[in-house]
Design a protein around this ligand. Structure first.
Ligand code: CMC
Length: 391
């Protein structure tokens, strides 16, 4: 087999060829299927971008309408899933519940999709997009003890997300179109990011020919961690902590630089972006716009801005090319929209879903072999077995 090269964290290892997302970390460029993220965030909507990622081309209006309708057909979730949901304590973290519910969907959709069959694949895509959105909002309803809502077929996908989350039996939910537009944009910015931790997880799980729901459930678990998608929750908690400690930003920057202190500035740094994260640039502006439009004055936004300024001028952060990433400002917007902090990473998951599906589909249709890295063994050499009474 020859010598094995170890690359911890796969920092320099390409795991696949992919035609979905282009990322240039030095230049801060991100494109989906060749289209600049700035254009997509500005001019397209989330389902349009989802279609683009999964099927490779921007949809025509007829294709987009059909896609939206086909997703709607799959937004009813089996009633028995509710029993599973109710089995969770209300205090359970929504990401754990989401991962488990996504996995549970396999029980109600046991037939695995034939990736060679275009129609079957298309239906699987719509089904996943439909059901995942609904169960994602269920994790919140369970937490709050609210009754579950059904998808409203007269409304759009992102609009439905807000209604499924917040509409109460006491009356219709007053939708703010600015909130829906901002959320749509945030979903687009999160929709794919080539071979990040959760996407690589989805691909590797799927490479054993495990089904789509099972692979995505694993992706949700990978996303949950604070070094990945969980950073958006961690950022807000950090900003709150700074605020509650008198807003001393410099003190926290000092802590982050201290190698004896495990604390890191959450929302800073990126494996690939070494100049700036183009998504963060768009989100920072969106945060300003949304807060102004909603008339929200959030002291945490001021703290975030101060923190960014101090860190960007600091030698430690400069030398290591550490910049705010996508998660740094997103939480501020979610908070202004009234989304509770434990749901932030669930929103990331909804945004990332089309990317996971597209990557899973690409991996299977390009007939990638099972993912199975090697290792260098560092354990004990061969030794004689000792009977239990002799140990
Ligand atoms: N605060 C303080 N120091 C940091 C930070 C940070 N946020 N990030 C990296 N460093 C330091 C790190 O200690 C190391 O220093 P040294 O060379 O002296 O040992 C150097 O910078 C390189 O860091 P690394 O950990 O080797 O880099 P990585 O590519 O393995 O990790 C990262 C990337 C994103 C996990 C890391 O920057 C981090 O933990 N950031 C905070 C969590 C975060 O915001 N995650 C969201 C990432 S973007 C969206 C997503 O993927 O979900």
């Amino acid at each position: 087999t020859g010598a094995i090269t170890i690359d911890p964290g796969y920092k320099n290892t390409g795991s696949c060829k992919s035609a979905i997302t282009f990322l240039d970390g030095e230049e801060g460029i991100l494109r989906y299927r060749g289209y600049a993220i700035e254009d997509l965030a500005d001019k397209a909507n989330f389902l349009e971008v989802s279609y683009l990622l999964v099927f490779g081309e921007l949809p025509t209006s007829a294709q987009l309408e059909k896609f939206e309708n086909d997703i709607r057909k799959y937004t009813l979730v089996n009633e028995e899933m509710k029993t599973i949901l109710e089995g969770f304590p209300r205090t359970a973290h929504p990401m754990g519940v989401l991962s488990a519910l996504t996995s549970a969907l396999t029980a109600f959709n046991p037939k695995s999709v034939n990736v060679e069959n275009e129609k079957e694949m298309y239906e699987a895509v719509c089904k996943t997009m439909g059901k995942f959105l609904v169960i994602a909002t269920w994790t919140f309803r369970r937490r709050m003890g609210y009754p579950l809502n059904y998808y409203d077929n007269t409304k759009g996908y992102v609009d439905n997300f807000m209604r499924l989350m917040f509409e109460l039996p006491t009356g219709p939910y007053k939708m703010d179109s600015k909130v829906v537009a901002a959320l749509d944009k945030l979903f687009i910015l999160h929709a794919d990011h080539e071979q990040n931790c959760s996407t690589s997880t989805v691909r590797i799980v799927g490479s054993s020919h495990a089904g789509l729901f099972a692979s995505i459930s694993a992706g949700v678990s990978a996303l949950w961690g604070p070094l990945h998608g969980g950073a958006n929750q961690a950022v807000l908690e950090m900003l709150q902590e700074i605020h509650d400690n008198g807003g001393d930003v410099a003190k926290f920057v000092l802590k982050a630089k201290d190698k004896d202190d495990p604390f890191r500035l959450m929302g800073f740094g990126h494996r690939v972006y070494k100049n700036f994260d183009p998504r963060a640039t768009i989100i920072k502006k969106a945060a300003d716009d949304v807060l102004t439009a909603l008339g929200v004055d959030d002291p945490l936004l001021d703290i975030a801005k101060q923190l960014e300024k101090v860190a960007l001028e600091d030698e430690y952060f400069k030398a290591r090319n550490l910049y705010p990433n996508v998660d740094f400002y997103s939480g501020i917007i979610y908070r202004a929209m009234g989304i509770p902090v434990e749901m932030f990473t669930v929103l990331f998951a909804i945004g990332r879903l089309p990317g996971w599906i597209a990557q899973w589909k690409e991996m299977r249709t390009s007939k990638e072999p099972i993912g199975r890295p090697r290792q260098v063994y560092t354990g004990s050499p061969s030794r004689a077995f000792k009977n239990i009474q002799d140990r």
